[in-house]
Design a protein around this ligand. Structure first.
Ligand SMILES: Nc1nc2c(c(=O)[nH]1)N[C@H]1C(S)=C(S)[C@@H](COP(=O)(O)O)O[C@H]1N2
Ligand SMILES: [Mo]
Length: 247
C-alpha cells in the first residue's frame, strides 16, 4: 500500500495534477484497487488509529522545514489578520456539536499544549522533521461536544487552488482524537509563520502530509463527506488521492 501511495505521488509530481487525476481515477476503477481499498479499511480498523508516530529528539529536527502547498493566502481577510498579529482570528468549531466554539489564539494557547518533534512525509517524496506545538484536537472537540451522529471532522482553510477551489481536509472522529493529532500553533518553538500555515494548522503525524491542513479557519463536524465540494473529503482526495493516508 505504501508503494502504491508512493507511486501515486511520484506520478503526481512527474505529470502534474491533471495527469495524476487521470491515472488515479483509472486506478480507482480497477478491481485491484477496490480490493486494496477493502484491506485499507481493515488496516485502519486494526492499527491505523492505535499506532503512534515516532517522536524524534531535538537534535534530529530540521532547521529549515520546507514549504509545499498552494500559495500563502493573500486575500484581504487573511492579510488583515496577519497585520494585526491574528488578534481577531477565531477558530470556529461547529456542525454536529452541542456547543459550537469560536476560539481565539489566546484561548487555544491557554489550553494544555503538546510539543513533539515528528516527521512530515509528503507524497511527492520528501520528509522533514519539525517540532510542532499546539493543542490536541481531541481536547478542542471535547469542548465542542460532538453529537452522537458526528463521524467526520472537516478542516476548512483560507487558501484556494489556482482554479479557485478551496483547500480542505477531513479525518474521521477517531483519527481526529488520536493523541498526537494537534492543532499546531508553533513550529520549532516559534509561532507558525504565514508560509507554514499561521496561525493554526493541523498536524497529523500518523498520516501523509496532505492531511495536515494549513491555515485552518473552521473545524466542522459532519455525518458524512458527500455534501462537501467534490465529496471525497479533501481537495487532493477530490483529485484522486486516497482519503485514508495512514503511514
Ligand atoms: N491549506 C493547505 N494545507 C496544506 C496544503 C495546501 O496546499 N493548503 N498542502 C499540503 C501538503 S501536500 C503538504 S506536504 C504540507 C506541507 O506543509 P509545509 O508547507 O509546512 O511543509 O501541507 C499540506 N497542507
Ligand atoms: Mo505534500
Amino acid at each position: 500500500m505504501k508503494r502504491r501511495l508512493f507511486l501515486a505521488g511520484t506520478i503526481a509530481a512527474a505529470s502534474g495534477l491533471a495527469g495524476c487525476a487521470r491515472v488515479t481515477n483509472a486506478l480507482n476503477e480497477s478491481p485491484f484497487h477496490q480490493a486494496l481499498t477493502a484491506v485499507e479499511r481493515l488496516n485502519h480498523a486494526l492499527i491505523g488509529t492505535r499506532g503512534m508516530a515516532k517522536v524524534y529528539a531535538d537534535a534530529d529536527v530540521d532547521r529549515e522545514f520546507r514549504t509545499n502547498s498552494f500559495a500563502t493566502p493573500s486575500n484581504a481577510r487573511y492579510a488583515d489578520l496577519v497585520r494585526e498579529g491574528f488578534r481577531d482570528y477565531k477558530l470556529v468549531v461547529d456542525g454536529e456539536v452541542d456547543r459550537p466554539q469560536a476560539l481565539s489564539i489566546a484561548e487555544l494557547r491557554a489550553m494544555k499544549q503538546l510539543v513533539q518533534a515528528t516527521r512530515h512525509d509528503c507524497v511527492e517524496g520528501w520528509s522533514a522533521i519539525g517540532k510542532f506545538g499546539g493543542v490536541p484536537l481531541g481536547d478542542v472537540l471535547a469542548l465542542a461536544q460532538p453529537k452522537a451522529a458526528a463521524r467526520y471532522v472537516v478542516f476548512h482553510c483560507f487558501d484556494v487552488s489556482d482554479s479557485g477551489d478551496p483547500y480542505y481536509e477531513s479525518l474521521d472522529i477517531v483519527e481526529a482524537a488520536h493523541p498526537q493529532t494537534i492543532l499546531a500553533l508553533d513550529l520549532n518553538e516559534r509561532p507558525i509563520d504565514a508560509d507554514h500555515g499561521a496561525p493554526v494548522r493541523l498536524k497529523v503525524p500518523t498520516q501523509l502530509g496532505y492531511k495536515s491542513a494549513k491555515w485552518v479557519v473552521r473545524v466542522e463536524l459532519t455525518r458524512d463527506l458527500a455534501g462537501l465540494y467534490g465529496g471525497h473529503g479533501g481537495y487532493w482526495e477530490d483529485n484522486g488521492y486516497e482519503w485514508y493516508a495512514g503511514i
